[in-house]
Design a protein around this ligand. Structure first.
Ligand code: JEK
Length: 258
């Protein structure tokens, strides 16, 4: 899979050479092109921004450098991803859809964002996704692109080892869809007076699976009542229902958003 990133701060992307992504690149599974938008700004000061039409605070990115850059970098099979606080939510499902593409181009805005005509124009050239990584305001698209690339890359076949399977992840399609995972433990069996739950060292694989499911349901109810509300009753077995009934599902202060 090929990733191209266009930004006025290309130095933000040095982490792509580290860790999991760096190894996947060295193994030929991923490749990255990081581009400085100012390379396509041809005036004497290499200007990329201007005042907003209609007035208001801040600056907006001018369309011409983006047009020059995207005409050079896009390919017919590419999808264009534009992070923005007003985008559709970037979820595990969206990450999975983007992981099926062979070429992704990311346009990182700064200031108050990119002149909307850029997205309007390229929508008739390639698939364009305006996406948001969450309900808070960043200073630009760069960090959002790092988040998206990390989430997408680990879904590309071969990037994760067999040991780190993707199907048990919170939000992964399957039985854990719409649940967060419960707590995890490793050695030593006792640490500062805290013991690992006995079931995990019992060797009873059935009981361990059931315990993990219970803890996932418990934690989802506690921390993500929004996810619990969206759970399909058909995905719950008798034991799941009994566990949920045993929990105090009284209204807690909403731990998400607001
Ligand atoms: C891309 C520039 C900064 C700052 C205008 C927006 C309501 C008006 C843009 N989840 C996410 N949060 N932030 C981003 C993101 C931020 C960006 C850019 C992505 C390009 N900025 C900026 C203020 C405003 N305000 C909030 C009031 C727009 C993002 C993602 N993905």
């Amino acid at each position: 899979m090929r990733f191209d990133i266009i930004s006025i701060f290309p130095e933000y992307f040095t982490p792509l050479s580290a860790s999991l992504l760096g190894k996947a690149r060295d193994r030929g599974l991923l490749s990255f092109g990081v581009h400085d938008l100012r390379d396509w700004a041809y005036d004497r000061h290499r200007t990329v921004d201007d005042t907003p039409y209609g007035g208001g605070p801040g600056m907006v990115m001018r369309p011409e450098p983006w047009g020059q850059a995207l005409d050079d970098v896009l390919t017919p099979q590419a999808r264009l991803v534009v992070p923005t606080p007003s985008g559709r939510p970037f979820t595990q499902k969206v990450a999975g859809e983007l992981a099926d593409a062979s070429h992704l181009v990311f346009a990182c805005g700064r200031y108050e964002g990119i002149d909307s005509r850029v997205m309007a124009h390229y929508s008739s050239v390639v698939e364009v996704d305006e996406l948001s990584i969450g309900d808070y305001v960043l200073a630009g698209g760069e960090v959002a692109v790092l988040v998206m690339i990390e989430a997408i890359s680990r879904l590309v076949p071969g990037v994760l080892g067999n040991a780190e399977s993707v199907s048990d992840d919170s939000f992964a399609p399957g039985r854990m869809e719409r649940l967060v995972e419960g707590p995890v433990y490793t050695k030593p069996p006792a640490w500062r007076g805290l013991e690992v739950p006995a079931v995990l060292t019992s060797g009873h694989h059935g009981r361990i699976a059931r315990w993990r499911r219970d803890e996932a349901l418990r934690r989802t109810a506690e921390r993500r009542p929004d996810l619990l509300a969206g759970l399909d009753r058909a995905d719950l077995d008798k034991h799941d229902r009994r566990l949920l009934e045993s929990l105090d599902l009284a209204e807690h202060p909403d731990p998400v958003a607001d």
